[in-house]
Design a protein around this ligand. Structure first.
Ligand SMILES: Cc1cc2nc3c(=O)[nH]c(=O)nc-3n(C[C@H](O)[C@H](O)[C@H](O)COP(=O)(O)OP(=O)(O)OC[C@H]3O[C@@H](n4cnc5c(N)ncnc54)[C@H](O)[C@@H]3O)c2cc1C
Length: 346
């Protein structure tokens, strides 16, 4: 079988790259072995503002445009709704934070996102003596629904094999790459934390941070915005909310833990006064990087091997832009942004 590309991994990175290929009429085959869960458990929030420091996310505004265009097109193509738009309300901890917010809302990169008016009216069931700041143009992609629907779409077209890609069986050559019965021109590794088993790219310093979340039922909360305090509380409808997420750099298992639940419940006590019940708990490993920039680019020795990884805590926002850039790098030789290019490690 001959294809233009093999993609290893179908999370948010693999999905965004596959769409680039389809739009350019390239042929491809995806391998997916269900070993990682990050894209399936993610909260899916897109938000171009760093809510800890009230600064702009790296290239956030332009990434948001590219991302909205991709997810909008996928809603049409797959005939399902994935995007739930809402406002984010950041709970202030002090007068100083209110002042910082006000100054930030005047900065050119943040003006369109941060509402300068500080809400001081108390909200029932929510703790907070210093009011709230509102972020516009945000929302959540239902990544579980999107990735599942996309895998089914690939399956219907025979564009995906649900099996482990075994790197040892890969035969690189100057012209074409061989893997099992397949001959292809390029291979793009989108393996998330699975990169650790990839002998061609596991020299890259992926940091990885386990994240745990829970779904709660809180019948008296009644909010239709994302509440950001010590944790996120995200409305899902039917009085259900997603609460998250933890950051753990030691535990590399993707299983939910008792310690994770305890941490989330402890933090939730500082946010909500209304009763709730925990319904479900999830966990996954975020493919994070120490310099907070993704890992995109070509292998130094095998130029037909490419990587799209290190999407960190913002895969929803950043994957579409990086997939586009990588495709242009491979097909047209257009240089990548140096901050994202894996050449920075050579
Ligand atoms: C708890 C939590 C909350 C999060 N919340 C958000 C959020 O609100 N907003 C946001 O933007 N991001 C969020 N993230 C981060 C986001 O999930 C990641 O940035 C993104 O999912 C990474 O996508 P990926 O495709 O690179 O990796 P992954 O999702 O890990 O996908 C890699 C895929 O490759 C497959 N694979 C790996 N090795 C092989 C192999 N050898 N053969 C075949 N298949 C293989 C895996 O099974 C997997 O499906 C969150 C993450 C977690 C864990």
């Amino acid at each position: 079988m001959k294809v233009d590309y093999i993609i290893v991994g179908l999370g948010l990175a693999g999905l965004a790259f596959a769409e680039e290929l389809i739009n350019a009429n390239k042929t491809f085959l995806v391998f997916e072995d269900h070993s990682q869960t990050s894209s399936l458990v993610a909260c899916g929030v897109y938000n171009p503002v760093v809510l800890r420091k009230f600064t702009a996310v790296w290239n956030g505004a332009s990434q948001l445009n590219v991302a909205m265009s991709l997810y909008g097109a996928l809603e049409k193509k797959l005939g399902q709704k994935f995007d739930d738009k809402f406002l984010i309300k950041r709970v202030f901890k002090s007068i100083e934070e209110q002042n910082n917010w006000f100054s930030a809302s005047d900065k050119p990169l943040l003006q369109q996102f941060l509402n300068p008016n500080i809400e001081t009216k108390k909200k029932s069931g929510i703790l907070g003596d210093f009011g709230f700041g509102t972020v516009n143009k945000t929302g959540r992609i239902d990544t579980l629904k999107l990735v599942s629907a996309y895998r089914n779409y690939l399956k219907r077209n025979n564009w995906i094999r649900f099996e482990k890609f075994e790197h040892a069986k890969l035969v690189p050559a100057a012209e074409n790459i061989r893997y099992q019965d397949i001959e292809c021109k390029h291979i793009v590794f989108c393996e998330g934390f699975g990169i650790k088993e990839n002998p061609f790219f596991n020299y890259l310093p992926l940091a990885a941070a386990k994240g745990e979340l829970m779904t709660i039922h809180a019948p008296n909360l009644n909010i239709d915005f994302l509440l950001k305090a010590a944790v996120f509380v995200i409305p899902l409808g039917d009085d259900k909310y997603k609460v998250g997420a933890t950051f753990n750099h030691e535990d590399k298992s993707a299983a939910p833990s008792a310690a994770g639940k305890l941490e989330l419940e402890d933090k939730l006590k500082k946010v909500l006064t209304t009763p709730y019940e925990v319904i479900e708990q999830f966990a996954g490993i975020r493919p994070t990087t120490n310099d907070r920039r993704p890992f995109v680019g070509l292998h130094k020795e095998y130029a037909r091997f490419a990587i799209l990884n290190g999407l960190g805590t913002r895969g929803v926002l950043i994957a579409p832009t990086m997939a586009k850039a990588l495709f242009l790098r491979i097909e047209k030789g257009i240089p990548l942004d140096e901050a994202a290019d894996i050449d920075r490690f050579h």
